[in-house]
Design a protein around this ligand. Sequence first.
Ligand code: UFG
Length: 335
Amino acid sequence: MKVLVTGGAGYIGSHTVVELLQAGHEAVVLDDLSNAQADVINRIETITGRRPAFYENDCKDADALRRVFREHEIDAVIHFAAYKAVGESVREPLKYYRNNLDSAITLLEVMEEVGCRKLVFSSSATVYGPENEAPYREDMPALQTSNPYGWTKVMIERILKDYVTAHPDFCAILLRYFNPIGAHESGLLGDDPNGIPNNLMPYIGRVAAGQLEKLTIFGDDYPTPDGTCQRDYLHVVDLAVGHLRALEYAADHEGAEAINLGTGHGVSVLELVNAFQKVNELTLPYVIGPRRDGDLPAFWADPTKAKEVLGWEATHTLEDMCRSSWLYAKNCARK
Ligand code: UFG
């Protein structure tokens, strides 16, 4: 299969490109490098021995997309390209709505022009919002969220469902990710956001590397066993493999299908911090701070549907996630 991966130089995108190439598929990456490094393409080649075609373009650029489809016989698209910082989306909502919605709509329009009918979309557990109780199942109402970033995911899911209603021969798989962490075992790919990280694991990596002084745990008075928030952390390589299974499923199915990708287990912030210290044999300075606005106490996936429909389940342990994250963070710190 030849697959266009928008946002393929980013954190989840790059790991997915590696899995695609290693499974014998061909990958074409389109990425404007607004939150990724060009060197990622070289690293993908180092890991796989194969170099994906690379277009440094914005996914809102219809002509650039047309050129990709003209130059390659694309069978399916995985759409990652999007802005993803929750806090920034609250401060700059228009930037998020313009970029994320426009990218998705432009991509769909060009796919329609060229007759490409298979799409895997990078959605998020954020669509379950604050009303549902964990574990989240795909048949729960998923129309609430708490920030503009999350709303772009809800809206694009809606757009895709409406598009499929109008075009029943199209297949859109909406993958709702929980909390991806970890890095490629080579230490060459991982999560290295610009500026001070918002997400827990890249923040921990920088503290462990001595680039940030200490971790602040946002609240220890939640109604959870140790008082800190619980999330469903899954290894980014498991997540990447989930995209391959979704592509295989889409190849001979039609319709729109939302599917959770998570482990099914909640892990608290303190449990994650302790696992990171233990597996990497280091001490992580941390303090307990106030709660962060908008954080939910606890949520995790019901991953039954992914197993039944895609034959997918997470295989990496929390220790694998902590070990690989540190390997990558050490490499980044040396740069
Ligand atoms: N946390 C800290 N200290 C930090 C950073 C995070 O204690 O410095 C805690 C948070 O309070 C939370 C947990 O670590 O309890 C995880 O926080 P992340 O920011 O890593 O992840 P979130 O669960 O807040 O957000 C993630 C994705 C979003 C997605 C959301 C819901 O980043 O894209 O899950 O699915 F929308």
